[in-house]
Design a protein around this ligand. Structure first.
Ligand code: CP
Length: 306
């Protein structure tokens, strides 16, 4: 079953069956499947926040699927003259753009755009503020699935800057629905009780020997005042040091969405160590984004796909 998302904005809209179908489709792409477009599809990648992984892997996914990319640089656009996000997308829609992949610093920026009903183009959320990051979440699920083949009963600790992390929010939402046991760890000041319904806030050292997945989050200096922040102190108290890594089960894996602050969230040589899936996550991102784009194309009857 191929999934269909009219706009791909939140993991709240992705049920278990759909998540599993997207993983299956992404694996097909990873193993060489191709999509034939019978009609052109025009896509804009509009990133109002910096990005390396998400931006480039959406570009790679679009190229592999045969979409036509229309260049758009927010800094050189009329956004700098005060044009709103809505009016920018209305313009791109009028010019013939079919799909916009948008990253924006405002939480749920996509809600008024989708609810307004006047935009004909389809939207994929490439990350909204401290809200959601559906493509990161789905590539993380794909990586976990490749390792364990299932989600039910897995024990997963998400550690770090929970309150400001769209990765934590999207992942915890779907992992819990897939039957995993989610734990949160990290500084209490950076935890939000909004997450209580999705998992258990606990001590990292206590939970580490029991988990299958250690998911570390980037310290997001840009989202809060980290005056007096000490990278060394963070690493000692909440980072995956060599001492903490030794507490992990041999078959447990380490994940990080990137970009990594080496020596802060985890010891530098653990980033590409035996238990790390950091590079695999980035590789999988291209194939998962292909599956997500296909889902949106099908839902919007774009590209004349059979
Ligand atoms: N994981 C992630 O979103 O990385 P980028 O900010 O580089 O896209």
């Amino acid at each position: 079953m191929m999934t269909k998302q009219r706009n791909f904005t939140s993991m709240l809209d992705v049920d278990q069956d759909e998540a599993l179908a997207l993983i299956q489709r992404a694996e097909e792409y990873k193993h060489g499947a191709q999509l034939q477009l019978a009609e052109p599809v025009y896509v804009v990648n509009a990133f109002f926040e910096n990005s390396t992984r998400t931006h480039t892997s959406f570009e790679m996914a679009e190229t592999k699927l045969g979409l036509t990319q229309i260049a758009f640089n927010p800094a050189a656009s009329s956004v700098s003259k005060g044009e709103s996000l809505h009016d920018t997308l209305l313009t791109l829609d009028a010019l013939g753009v079919d799909l916009a992949v948008v990253r924006h610093p405002e939480d749920r920026y996509y809600e008024p755009l989708v609810e307004g009903g006047d935009l004909g183009l389809a939207l994929i959320n490439a990350g909204d503020g401290s809200g959601e990051h559906p493509s990161q979440s789905l590539l993380d699920l794909m990586t976990i699935s490749e390792e364990f083949g299932h989600f039910a009963g897995l024990r997963i600790v998400i550690c770090g800057d929970i309150a400001h992390s769209r990765v934590a929010r999207s992942n915890a939402e779907i992992l819990q629905r897939l039957g995993a046991h989610v734990f949160f760890a990290g500084p209490e000041d950076w935890y939000s009780h909004d997450f209580d319904r999705l998992g258990t806030y606990t001590d990292l050292d206590a939970v580490l020997p029991t988990v299958d997945v250690v998911m570390l989050l980037r310290v997001q200096h840009e989202r809060h005042a980290t005056t007096g922040f000490s990278a060394d102190a963070y690493h000692e108290h909440y980072g995956l040091t060599h001492g903490r890594a030794a507490l992990m089960q041999q078959r447990a894996i380490i994940m990080h969405p990137g970009p990594v602050n080496r020596g802060v969230e985890l010891a530098s040589d653990l980033v590409q160590g035996r238990q790390s899936r950091y590079v695999q996550q980035m590789r999988n991102g291209v194939f998962m984004r292909m599956a997500m784009i296909e889902s949106v194309l099908r839902a919007n009857q774009l590209g004349g796909i059979e």
